[in-house]
Each structure stands twice: as C-alpha cells, then as structure tokens.
Ligand binder design. Structure first.
Ligand code: BES
Ligand code: ZN
Ligand code: ZN
Length: 477
C-alpha cells in the first residue's frame, strides 16, 4: 500500500479524522449539532463516529487515551474497522487527517488499515469484483515523520509478501519457487543470497532435508539470505531459521480427515524469517542477520521414508524416524546445525511445527521456548507485545529429553507419549544447537481459516512485524 503525504484533503475521498480526545473535536470541522452527536456517541462508548456525506464518508476516530501497547493495538483495530466500512464501497480512497499528533498511534492506525485491506486476489479471474483492495491512501499529519512513514511501508510490504507466500498453493510454490522468491526479494533489497540445490545438499549430507524429500518429485532447496551492513551493531550475526515445508501431506503417516487442508501454509516459518530479513534490509537496519530456509514438500511416493528408517543428519547424529509427519523438525535440525558455523550471537527459528502448539494456544499467540537465551527471549517477547504478535513461553526442561530417547539411534523424531508435543519437538530441535537459541512454534498463529481482524484470512504473516521490531530495538539500544 502506498501512503502519500498531502497538505490538503481531496474531497472525493473518505476521510478519517483522528483525535486523541473527544474534547479535541472542534467546531472548525463539525457543526454544533454534529459535535453534540459525536459527544453522545462517545458517551455510548463508540470510538468511531460516521457521517455520510453523499459521495464520501467522514469518520471521526477517537484514539485511546493510554499510551501503551494495548492502545496501539486499539489503533490498529480502528484502522481495520474503517477498512471494513469502506470495503463494500466503490470509492475506497481514504484520507487520514491527524488531529491527534501522536506519531505512534497514527502509524498504528495506518498499519491496521493497510494490513486489514490485504487480499490474495490473484486467482480470482471471473469473479474479480470480489477482490477489494484499498484505493488511494493519503495522510495529513505534522506528527508523522517521512522516515517513520517509510518504515511503515516497509513493514506492510514485507508482511504482505509473507502472506502471499503462505497463501500460494504448492502447485505454484514448490521448494524451487520459494527459493526463487527469496532471490527476488534479496536482489530488490540488496541482500546477499545463495540457493543450494539437491547436489549441494547431498554433498553437505543434510540427511534430514534429503530424507523428507525422498517422497517428492521436486528437488529440495536450501536458501541463505544475508543482510550484513557495515554499521552493524552486532559483531556476531543473529541467525534466523524458517521451516520451508511447502506442503505437508504427512508423508507415509498421511494426514487424515481435514488435517491436510491448510498444509500449504507449512512454510509459514520460512515466510516469517524471509519477510523479516527483507524488511530489515529494505529499512537498512544496522544489524547483521542471516536467514536459512530448508525447503521441500512432504509427500508419499515409492521411496518415501517410512517409520523405522534411520537418517544421518548434517550434524552427524542419527535420527530414528517414527512418524513421517514429524518432518519439520528433520529439515530444521539440519539448518540449525548448519547455523553453528556462523558463531551466532543468537538463533531464532520459526516453524509451523506442532498441532500441539496450535491446540495449546489457538491463533492468538505463538508458542516460544529458549535455551541459553533468557535475556534475548525477554526482548523478543517485548517486541512481540509492541506489535501484538505475542509469545507465550513454554519450558525446555531436560525432563522431556528422555521421551525422545531411541533404542537404536541417537534420538527419535517423536516422543514416546502424546503429552507436551510442542515441547518435545522443541527438545528435538535443541539437540542440534549449541548457541543461545529461541524456538517459535507458529503452528497456531501463521494461518487462520476465518478473518482475525487486520491479520486477515489465510496467511497472517506472523513473525515479520515481531522480528523486525526486535531488530529495530537492537539497533536502537
Ligand atoms: N505441519 C505440522 C504441524 C501443524 C499442525 C501446523 C497444524 C499447523 C497446523 C507438523 O509437521 C506435524 O504434522 N506435526 C505432527 C507431529 C506429530 C506427528 C508428533 C502433529 O503435530 O500432529
Ligand atoms: Zn507434518
Ligand atoms: Zn509440517
């Protein structure tokens, strides 16, 4: 979404007048009668008051009084609310007129409007009319700086890119196409990029990624994106790792019922880390970041891995495959072990890893775990709160480790019981790490089947705003 800063309002567009208090709504803009109406509505706890002006509408938006994270989320919701009111109109141009003078709140309002108005319309052909996107968005504000507005547009672009990737079906987004998308993003944002094909992955002996790929007719890929600015505040990189399972049928342990339905979203982790580093590079943040994405589909075929198979991983460790539907951890383990060579200050992974995480917390938050990364975890959590991509911490206690013991290999790929599935998956991944490590299980938050406010329907792009905020906080510390 392009937001243009203007001095005067075009009378053809709808207008959203933002105020910080109802008292601030003044007579220069509204008649005495209208003012009375506005105050009455506010007393009835309405924060958005609408006036129909024949060809357009004027929205009076009373922003929340508080100045905390909850207030910012309310502003995003108001932006989304206005979008929903414009959605059905032919004219969807909006001019935002800031009378509040609070940069953060105005930006949050625009963010909610921008994210809310996203739609994945490329496959609507005959029914193109169904696709509603925002018209021209203009802003009149003394409080919002050009630099901050630019950053907002970067965030919107990166989040939308991540959502597009999640929404794209595997037919058009296999492992190679996912890697190609990252190459395109890297070129555009000035990042370094390298894509390994099957030969190189074989030479590296990435047994987890190759094992999952055995049931596929498409080759796997392994992508490294790198943003390394000269003025980086960190001397050792932060490495991101994203699960790039472009489709998860479950493999030979095939998913039954409707469990397979949304599994094109099983590369939501890859989209999150790709989107985050893309945003950091576009915004030229002074932080050295590397993103690693192992990618393949998980399918059934003559030579697909089966229960009982033993894989030798990139790290040299052996894994007894008990359930082929626990494939994400197999490809992630190789990437996590690969990350060691960078001597990272911190590794953060994002993966749609377990139904257990989804069941535990729903779509409302991400399940997070950490090893040797208590302090960065708190910072990431704080960043998540700021953008309302919340993280709930689960433990990585060693008690869970025994559940992953194999009789014949170094470790098994699922635990011996069904309890604590998100944690045992985290314990499996931790086995392949030796650095400060944060694991984000976004199985619940990456994809929603009904509209979840400005997060939309389908891919939510979760992780992009949180990680970008984390890097900004690092840069500003
Ligand atoms: N991709 C799934 C996890 C998932 C489930 C993501 C629901 C999003 C929504 C993962 O690969 C998987 O199938 N996990 C299994 C693990 C089990 C076999 C131990 C699961 O959670 O059922
Ligand atoms: Zn699976
Ligand atoms: Zn999966």
């Amino acid at each position: 979404m392009n937001i243009e800063v203007v001095r005067e309002r075009g009378m053809e567009s709808h207008a959203a007048f933002l105020f910080d208090t109802v008292e601030a709504v003044n007579e220069s803009l509204f008649t005495v009668e209208e003012l009375q109406y506005i105050r009455q509505q506010k007393e009835d706890k309405k924060n958005i008051i609408v006036f129909n002006r024949l060809k357009h509408r004027d929205f009076v938006v009373i922003l929340p009084e508080k100045d905390d994270n909850g207030a910012l989320e309310e502003c995003r919701k108001s932006g989304d609310d206005i979008w929903l009111q414009l959605k059905g109109e032919k004219n969807r141009d909006l001019c935002v007129i800031d009378n509040a003078g609070n940069e953060g709140k105005v930006l949050a309002f625009l963010e909610g409007f921008g994210l809310g108005s996203y739609s994945f319309g490329k496959y609507k052909v005959k029914e193109k009319e169904d696709v509603k996107t925002a018209g021209k968005v203009t802003l009149i504000s003394d409080a919002v700086s050009d630099a901050e507005l630019k950053i907002l547009q970067v965030i919107l672009k990166a989040a939308v890119t991540a959502r597009d990737l999640v929404n794209e079906p595997v037919m058009t987004l296999n492992a190679r196409a996912l890697a190609d998308s990252f190459v395109k993003m890297a070129r555009e944002a000035g990042m370094d990029v390298e894509v390994f094909g099957k030969k190189k992955i074989e030479a590296l002996r990435m047994g987890g990624l190759l094992g999952v790929n055995m049931g596929s007719t498409d080759e796997p890929t392994f992508t490294r994106l790198e943003w390394k600015p000269e003025n980086a505040v960190n001397s050792n990189p932060v490495v991101l790792v994203g699960k790039g399972v472009v489709y998860d049928t479950g493999g030979m342990n095939i998913k039954t019922g409707n469990y397979m339905e949304d599994m094109k979203s099983d590369m939501g982790g890859a989209a999150a880390v790709g989107g985050a580093i893309y945003a950091a590079a576009m915004a030229k943040l002074p932080v050295h970041i590397i993103a690693l994405v192992p990618a393949t589909d998980n399918r059934v075929d003559g030579n697909a891995i089966v229960s009982g198979d033993i894989l030798t991983m990139y790290s040299g460790a052996t894994v007894e495959v008990i359930n082929t539907d626990a494939e994400g951890r197999l490809i992630m383990a190789d990437a996590l072990a690969y990350a060691k060579q960078y001597n990272p200050e911190l590794v953060i992974d994002a993966a749609t890893l377990t139904g257990a995480a989804h069941r535990a917390i729903g779509k409302y938050a991400t399940v997070g775990m950490q090893a040797k990364a208590e302090e960065p975890f708190r910072r990431l959590q704080a960043a998540g709160e700021k953008v309302c991509e919340r993280i709930v911490e689960f433990p990585l206690w060693d008690d869970y480790k025994e559940l992953m013991k194999s009789e014949i290999a170094d470790i098994r790929n699922i635990s011996t019981g069904a309890e604590g599935g998100a944690i045992t998956a985290g314990k499996f991944l931790e086995y392949f790490t030796d650095y400060p490590y944060i694991h984000l299980d976004i199985a619940g938050s990456a994809m929603v089947s009904s509209r979840y406010g400005y997060r939309g329907i389908g891919g939510t792009g979760v992780g992009v705003r949180m990680l970008f905020r984390f890097f900004r906080d690092m840069a500003e510390a």
